[in-house]
Ligand binder design. Structure first.
Ligand SMILES: *Cc1c(COP(=O)(O)O)cnc(C)c1O
Ligand code: SF4
Length: 450
């Protein structure tokens, strides 16, 4: 049997009112180089940007003797395996528990440890969701009838090791050559024109990359051009920023004002402009997050959250319940929790579908229904997002699930595969053989009636 959660035992560990406590200590002072940094300096978005960690020697300098040589060597080994660059804000870097960085959920998300990598699943794909296949013009994915995904930038204020778009986001690494285009406004006119000519589209997700990296002028250009299109009714600005760099909301007025102006412009047309953010762990939430959200909330900006389920980061009931309740408390609506996509360099992050189904069961009922995230699997091959329990067939022993997407791709069958290291020893052995793999898939399809 595949690994699953011990729900009864886990439910007992749910902290009752812990979600009302927000960390407000001078946590950055545990990092040797920042022991004299004042609260005012730490609050400054320019200071955060200037001191972001992008290189190993910078990390060495900032931490000094705080971590062992072995640990730094393990990070160096990780950098040879990950498809993502390092980029991490001082805010998140300082929230890492540097007494035990190997097990820290924040370290796991942003700094690779060579010793924690596992071989990719044989059926992984660089563009697992087929975003490039469903792309009618560069930087735009049009899969669903009335909504599109627009990627105006390929850079972010932090790089997540589990990024689903590791094929294009950030710079090249030892394992991936990327043609990173950064922010390229020249490509946007074709997108606006395409949308103008497709009256069924009502909804635009502006993602990337991260909208935090767009300048105020670029935010205005995108917002004004999209809102001008009569049939566009809803815009979402996607940024992980609130989660990893709340100081920008508090001190970068030019950027915040550009967003506020677009929100107001939308409202004047009777259209929605909202922010979609991306907290994955309750450890990312502090008093700073609450202050940033107070500002946005008071200005009337609506914020939703999308989290990615990750092994050792948020796949325990108490972690996910705390995340859900704490986001709700600061007026962020938990919207989605994604099962991890089958992209390279992420096998150690993935969880089984069973774990996702169990976690959704455990979370439902712990807070308001409208603040309860929908757990989804974005189907490899472009079937779109489906509720985790809506598979057509699930062979848990071999970690194979079969899905359909009746509206998005009628008649097609999609497959998701659990990470092999979480399966039984017998199943793991079967996955070693190419012939057996093929047989397991054929057998699963036959049992499902396809
Ligand atoms: C996720 C996604 C959307 C938005 O889908 P929602 O379920 O409405 O959040 C739109 N287009 C693509 C290609 C997507 O992956
Ligand atoms: S913020 Fe989003 S796009 Fe950027 S690295 Fe993280 S997951 Fe990828």
């Amino acid at each position: 049997m595949a690994e699953s959660l011990d729900i009864a035992n886990e439910m007992e560990k749910i902290p009752e009112l812990q979600h009302r406590n927000f960390r407000n200590d001078e946590f950055w002072k545990q990092v040797p180089a920042w022991s004299n940094v004042s609260r005012e300096e730490f609050a400054d978005s320019k200071w955060q940007l200037k001191n972001s960690i992008r290189k190993l020697d910078q990390m060495n300098k900032v931490l000094g003797k705080r971590v062992s040589k072995e640990f730094m060597a393990d990070i160096e080994a990780g950098l040879k395996l990950t498809p993502m660059n390092i980029r991490i804000t001082p805010y998140i870097f300082a929230l890492i528990d540097w007494d035990n960085p190997a097990d820290d959920p924040l370290r796991k998300q942003f700094l690779p440890l060579g010793s924690q990598f596992i071989a990719d699943h044989p059926f992984y794909r660089e563009d697992s969701l087929s975003e490039d296949v469903d792309s009618p013009v560069e930087t735009l994915t049009h899969r669903y009838a009335d909504k599109v995904l627009f990627l105006p930038t390929t850079i972010c204020p932090v790089y997540c090791l589990y990024c689903t778009r590791s094929r294009i986001i950030g710079g090249s690494t030892d394992t991936v050559e990327k043609d990173t285009y950064g922010v390229n406004p020249k490509k946007w006119d074709a997108v606006f024109e395409y949308l103008m000519n497709h009256p069924k589209v009502e909804d635009v997700v502006i993602s990337g990359g991260d909208a935090y990296m767009l300048t105020p002028a670029q935010i205005r250009t995108i917002g004004e051009n999209l809102l001008r299109i009569p049939h566009i009714r809803r815009i979402r600005l996607a940024t992980k920023g609130i989660a990893i760099f709340p100081q920008k909301i508090l001190t970068d007025d030019a950027w915040v004002n550009a967003v506020l102006d677009i929100v107001k412009l939308g409202r004047s047309y009777g259209k929605q402009v909202v922010i979609h953010t991306h907290f994955s762990s309750p450890l990312e939430i502090t008093k700073w997050s609450q202050m940033a959200m107070d500002r946005l909330f008071q200005e009337g900006v609506y914020v939703r959250n999308q989290a990615v389920m990750q092994n050792g980061v948020n796949n325990k009931v108490n972690q996910m319940v705390l995340l859900t309740r704490q986001l709700s408390f600061i007026n962020i609506q938990p919207y989605y929790v994604y099962v991890h996509d089958m992209v390279p360099g992420c096998e150690h992050f993935r969880t089984t579908l069973r774990e996702a189904v169990e976690l959704e069961k455990a979370v439902r009922g712990t807070t308001a229904g409208f603040n309860t995230p929908t757990f989804v699997c974005d189907l490899p091959g472009g079937g779109g997002k489906r509720h985790v329990a809506s598979y057509e067939y699930y062979d848990e022993e071999n970690g194979i699930s079969l899905w359909q997407a009746p509206y998005v791709k009628p008649g097609e069958v999609f497959m998701y595969y659990d990470p092999i290291h979480k399966l039984s020893p017998e199943a793991q052995k079967r996955w070693q053989s190419a012939k057996e793999r093929e047989n397991m898939v054929i057998e699963a399809k036959r049992k499902a009636g396809f």
